[in-house]
Design a binder for this molecule. Structure first.
Ligand SMILES: O=C(O)CCC(=O)C(=O)O
Length: 235
C-alpha cells in the first residue's frame, strides 16, 4: 500500500493518516525490549516525561543539524514499512533519519507545540505499550493557539500516526497530563471509526499505562562528524 491509497481519512484533519496495527505485538515487544537495554545515561529526564534521541541529539547553534549516522537497527522494520508506504517520498532523504523516543507514565504529557524547522514537514509516530489521546489545536488569526483542541486523535498501541504538510505547519499538538482519558466516543474522537479495536474504549474512559512513542522524522541538514565538531567549538 502506498501513501496515495493509504488513508487520508475523511473526518481526520487534512494531511493526517492513522493506521491501526502498523506493527505486530511481537514487534512491539522486541522494540520495547531493545529500548529497555539502552543505557540509562542516554535518557534526558524532564519533569513530565523522559526522552532519548537516536542516532543522536541535533547539534549546531540552532540545534538543527544531525551528525551523519545510521538509524538504530531495531527500527529497521518500521523504517522499511514507512518507505514502502511512500510517506517520506517528498522529503529530503526520502526516509526518516532521526527518532525521538518519548516515555510517558500515566499522568504525564507534552505541552502543545509545533515541531521546528529542523525537520521536513512530516512526522511519523508509532505508539508502544499504551494508548494516548493527542490534542490538535488550530491557530487563530494572530497565530496563537486556540484554547481548546479542534481534534482529538486516539492513538492505539502499535498504531501509526502520520502528519504532513499543512497540518505540520498550521496546527499545534500536545498530550494532556491525565491518568484516565474520557469522552472516548464517536463525537469526541476524530478517528473513532478507524480504530482497530474499540472495545477497550467503549465505556468512554480508558486508563493510561506507560506509553513509549517513536517519532520518526527527516532532519534536513546532515553533517559529517568533522563539520559537527566545528559547530560544537562555536556553540
Ligand atoms: O509522544 C507523542 O506522541 C508526541 C511527541 C511529540 O509531540 C514530539 O516529539 O514533538
Amino acid at each position: 500500500m502506498s501513501a496515495i491509497d493509504s488513508p487520508v481519512l475523511p473526518g481526520l484533519p487534512p494531511s493526517c493518516h492513522y493506521v491501526h496495527s502498523f506493527i505486530t505485538p511481537a514487534e512491539e515487544e522486541q522494540i520495547l525490549d531493545q529500548i529497555a537495554r539502552l543505557p540509562q545515561s542516554r535518557w534526558t529526564v524532564l519533569s513530565h516525561r523522559r526522552l532519548l534521541s537516536l542516532p543522536s541529539s541535533l547539534v549546531g547553534s540552532s540545534k538543527d543539524a544531525l551528525i551523519d549516522a545510521p538509524m538504530p537497527t531495531f527500527l529497521d522494520s518500521i523504517v522499511h514499512r514507512l518507505e514502502e508506504h511512500g510517506y517520506f517520498e517528498g522529503s529530503t532523504h526520502q526516509a526518516p533519519n532521526h527518532v525521538l523516543i518519548n516515555e510517558y507514565r500515566p499522568g504525564e504529557g507534552i505541552m502543545p507545540h509545533v515541531d521546528g524547522p529542523a525537520y521536513n514537514p512530516i512526522t511519523a509516530t508509532v505508539s508502544l505499550g499504551s494508548h494516548t489521546v493527542l490534542d490538535i489545536y488550530k491557530k487563530n488569526a494572530t497565530g496563537e493557539r486556540n484554547a481548546t483542541p479542534t481534534w482529538r486523535i486516539l492513538q492505539e498501541p502499535r498504531s501509526l500516526l502520520v502528519t504532513l504538510g499543512d497540518m505540520y505547519v498550521d496546527t499545534l499538538h500536545g498530550i494532556s497530563e491525565l491518568t484516565v482519558d474520557d469522552h472516548l466516543d464517536n463525537d469526541h474522537i476524530i478517528n473513532w471509526e478507524y480504530l482497530g479495536d474499540r472495545k477497550p474504549f467503549e465505556s468512554g474512559k480508558a486508563e493510561r499505562d506507560t506509553r513509549i512513542s517513536l517519532t520518526l522524522r527527516d532532519v534536513t541538514r546532515v553533517t559529517k562528524l568533522g563539520g559537527a565538531l566545528k559547530f560544537m567549538k562555536r556553540s
